[in-house]
Design a protein around this ligand. Structure first.
Ligand code: NAD
Length: 265
């Protein structure tokens, strides 16, 4: 049976890969992202143009709509759930995918950047799940998929904020899996390895070029040797994994790593 899915941070990157996988499988999808509400970060987040482009692209694949969403604001989360119910009549799957990254030694890391990383990557899961809870209960077959990371399983130097926020995402996943099991709601985490999205191309692998193809080449040259399978993961890989986690009715509380063998737990 087709499901109604809300994907946060769905306008590009891994979120868009997840939107595409669900839409192509015949599910109805609401894309939530910052849109016109995008604000400055150390690399550009999705804006209204990205949201429009994602909607146009995925509307040719399946039944898809889009709404502006800031996962750090409870009212915005509630509006996104209301928009989904109004458009598709119910909500079965919430994919908490919105996330941001910043790196740097703790001595130089700004408190406001730390707070914003936790506000999006961690508190965003709490606020969105809270806003969606009644609709997921009413579904009778609800599912939550949280995009965590391999950075939620292993610490990295100069990444305490990001790793901390992703370890927390896995802890929230396990706790909600137990708490919501009586409502037949499954809760799982997806842990991507290395995917060539804005996080890597615009921030983690600094590059002097503005040329996308050259950035992608630099990215692959830098990461391939770190990955046993010798290639980065793709947004399609993440879409398939999210689709599995959202539809496997006897899988709950796991954190599924999709990292080409780089992390094995
Ligand atoms: P991305 O920057 O392309 O996508 C993140 C999306 O989240 C953007 O569209 C952005 O606008 C949106 N977003 C940011 N703040 C938001 C907010 N407050 N409200 C709503 N939307 C917001 O990066 P990505 O790599 O596609 O990241 C998606 C998720 O995958 C993140 O949670 C990230 O931490 C995680 N992840 C990525 C990788 C990787 O290698 N790219 C690895 C592990 C985990």
């Amino acid at each position: 049976m087709s499901k109604v899915v809300l994907v946060t941070g769905g306008a590009r990157g891994i979120g868009l890969g997840i939107v595409h996988a669900f839409a192509a499988a015949g599910h109805q999808v609401m894309i939530g992202d910052l849109g016109a509400g995008a604000s400055d970060w150390n690399y550009d987040l999705s804006d209204a143009n990205d949201l429009d482009k994602a909607l146009a692209r995925e509307s040719s694949v399946g039944e898809v709509d889009a709404c502006e969403l800031n996962v750090t604001k409870l009212e915005s989360c509630e509006r996104a759930v209301a928009a989904t119910l109004e458009r598709f009549g119910r909500l079965d799957v919430l994919v908490n995918n919105a996330g941001i990254v910043d790196t740097g030694p703790i001595s130089e890391f700004e408190e406001e950047d730390w707070d914003r990383i936790f506000a999006v990557n961690t508190k965003g899961i709490f606020l969105m799940s809270k806003a969606a809870l009644e609709a997921l209960k009413a579904s009778g077959q609800g599912a939550i998929v949280n995009t965590a990371s391999i950075a939620g399983k292993q610490g990295n130097a100069n990444m305490s904020a990001y790793c901390g926020s992703k370890f927390a995402a896995i802890g929230i996943t396990q706790s909600l899996a137990l708490e919501l099991a009586p409502h037949n709601i499954t809760v799982n985490a997806l842990c991507p390895g290395i995917v060539g999205t804005a996080m890597w191309l615009e921030h983690l692998i600094p590059s002097n070029t503005t040329e996308l193809s050259e950035k992608e080449r630099n990215f692959e040259d830098s990461v391939n040797s770190m990955i046993p399978l010798g290639r980065p993961q793709t947004t399609e890989d993440m879409g398939q994994a999210a689709l599995y986690l959202a539809t496997a009715r006897n899988v709950s509380g796991i954190a599924l790593t999709v990292a080409g063998g780089m992390t094995m737990n």
